[in-house]
Design a protein around this ligand. Structure first.
Ligand code: RIB
Length: 308
């Protein structure tokens, strides 16, 4: 059966990634030379939007850019990736979001974010986009914009029966679970799950107990990503194991976003959640075999040719 084209709304962030490839991280007070630097488009919201769009979903973005050179470039990048920019707002007097990123030879990354204009995204701007968002099969969110935006979007989407996916990254101790009632899919990693629930996540049983704690508070399903151990889909009734896909890492930056964006794409294209997650795990793995964030995301044709 061929997949139908889904429509996805992303209510979230965009950043310009300032990526330094370094042999090691400097210590306090130390200056070292790094061999390479690259500028790229990033931000968890934008990355997820690009992954879904590149796979063939119709994607709209609700986000804020600054009134600087980076803001213009972000809008052009969305357009070049086929993303609807009708609800991308330029905020006067604000800089665009930027993210200095350091990638070590192991492929591991360290990221700082400066939110800039992303901090100006508001529930009002979500309301302005509501008529367009109403036509979406799924709405994606992350935590690089004010929490009030996520709470408002989740409550509104739940009232319309629209599937919502929240990726609670970067982790925030301020996230209020009571405001997430009605959320369809909550997708933390094990550290984010522990931060949010205050419960241990050392074993599979711990993870399931912590996820079910969230489900008891009104979240429908929890997808816990476990790095090299794959992921677990936890519902009130069952637990589905999503096996890891092993590749040699080159750059892990944006792999989590590739996972979430492609999960939304596969779900909106008609796959059930376990199947969508298995395909997303494969898509995310392919992204870590290449450098960069958005530029590491494959098209369906490249995906077909990819062999492990
Ligand atoms: O998840 C990776 C992303 O985190 C980067 O693109 C960076 O911009 C930060 O938002």
């Amino acid at each position: 059966m061929s997949e139908s084209q889904g429509r996805i709304g992303v209510v979230g962030s965009n950043m310009v990634d300032l990526v330094t490839y370094t042999d090691r991280m400097p210590g306090p007070g130390e200056t070292i030379e790094a061999p390479e630097f690259e500028l790229g488009f990033g931000g968890k919201g934008a990355n997820q939007a690009v992954a879904a769009s590149r796979l063939g979903s119709s994607v709209m973005m609700v986000t804020c850019v600054g009134d600087d050179m980076f803001g213009q470039q972000q809008i052009r990048n969305f357009q070049e990736n086929g993303i609807d920019t009708s609800h991308v707002h330029r905020v006067e007097g604000k800089s665009s979001g930027v993210a200095p990123i350091f990638v070590e030879p192991s492929g591991e990354n360290s990221i700082l974010i400066i939110k800039g204009a992303n901090a100006s995204l508001s529930p009002d701007l979500v309301d302005q986009a509501a008529p367009a968002l109403e036509g979406c099969d799924a709405i994606l969110m992350q935590l690089e914009v004010p929490l009030a935006v996520n709470y408002h979007t989740i409550a509104w989407a739940a009232s319309k029966g629209i599937t919502t996916i929240l990726n609670p990254a970067p982790a925030s101790t301020e996230l209020d679970v009571a405001q997430l009632a009605g959320l369809s899919f909550f997708c933390p990693n094990e550290t984010e799950l522990a931060t949010l629930t205050g419960m241990p996540t050392d074993s599979d049983d711990d993870i399931i107990a912590a996820a079910r704690n969230l489900i008891a508070q009104g979240i429908e399903q929890v997808v816990v990503t476990l790095g090299g151990r794959g992921a677990r889909l936890v519902t009130a009734e069952k637990v589905e194991e999503i096996a890891p896909v092993k590749v040699a890492p080159v750059d892990t930056t944006g792999a989590g976003d590739a996972f979430i964006g492609s999960f939304a794409h596969y779900l909106a294209s008609g796959a059930d959640a376990p199947e969508a997650l298995r395909k997303a795990a494969f898509y995310a793995a392919t992204s870590i075999t290449r450098r960069g964030t958005q530029k590491s995301y494959l098209t369906p044709e490249e995906l077909e040719r990819f062999s492990l």
